[in-house]
Design a protein around this ligand. Sequence first.
Ligand code: A2P
Length: 310
Amino acid sequence: QLQPPSKSNPLCVPVIGLGTAAVHNDGDTVKAAVIEAIKLGYRHFDTAAQYGSEQALGEAIAEALRVGLIASRDELFITSKLWCCDNHPHLVLPALQNSLRSLKLDYLDLYLIHWPITAKPGMWEMPYSEESLVPFDLKSVWAAMEECHKLGLTKSIGVSNFSCKKLENLLSFATIPPSVNQVEMNIAWQQKNLRAYCKAKGIIVTAYSPLGAKGSKWDINQILDNELTKQIAQAHGKTAAQVCLRWLFEQGVTFIPKSYNKERLKENLEIFDWSLTKDDHEKINQVKQERMFKYGTAAFPLPDLFDGET
Ligand code: A2P
C-alpha cells in the first residue's frame, strides 16, 4: 500500500514500514526480522544513526538482494535520521555518508532531522540537560540537508518531532520543503492539529510508536491493553494492535510499527481488507490524550520541544 503523491508533495511512501528503534538492537535479531519482513511484503524500513540498527538493516538488504527476495534496491523505501549531535551544518553530509556506509547503500529514500535540538558533537545519548545542548541553527542545518538532496544522496528530506510552529519557521525559508514530519502518534496521542497543519502544507505524517511503544518505559498509555481497543478488536475478530494500525490507516497517515517477531510482523500487515465503523471512530476520539515523550517537564528538564502544542 502506497501513500499516493499529492499535488504539493510528489513523494510516494509505503503506508506501513518496519520501525527499528529498540532499547537494545541486537544485530542478528534485526537482520532476521528485516529479512522476514521483506518476505512478508514490507518494503519500507525506518532506521536512524542513533538506533544502532543501520548496520544490520544494511546486511539484511544485501542478503535480500543476494538471494533474490527483491530484484533491486529501488524496490525498498529506506529512511534514516540525523542525530542531534550532528545537527551542525558541517556535520550533516558526513553523518549521511556514515549512515549510507553502515547501510551499504548509495542513497536513502528519506533523510530526517531526528529532533529539533542540537547536542554537542559526539553526544549519542538523548540530550536531557541544558548543558548538553547548543543552539539549533535550523536554517543552516536545513541548507545542508538540501545539499544532500541535490547530491542525490537522499531522494527526499524531512523532519521528525517538529511542532506546527517549527514547521512554519522551516517553510518560511526552505527551498526544498520537508516531505515528511515523523511524530509520536497513536490513539492516545492523535495529533489532530499537527495533522491538519501538515495536510494543508502537503507534508506527509509518519506515526512513530503507533502501538504506544509497547513494553518500553514509554508505554504509559498501554493502548494495546486498553479495554476499548480490546472490545473493538473482539467485535471485528482482530487484535488490539490491528485496531490501532487500522485507525492510523483511516487517518491517512503512514506508520512504522516495530516488531521483530514473525507472527506479529504478519499480523501488523493484515489491516487493509476490513474497516472500523463510525461508532469505533467516535469511541476512539474519546480516548484520553497523553503524550508519551514529555520534554520540558520535571522528568526531562529541557525547553518545551513541542511549543506547548496539543
Ligand atoms: P515485538 O518486537 O516483540 O513484536 P511501537 O511500534 O509502538 O514502538 O511498539 C513496539 C512494541 O510493540 C514492541 O515491543 C513489539 O514487540 C510490540 N508489538 C509489535 N506488534 C505487535 C502486535 N501485533 N501485538 C502485540 N505487540 C506488538
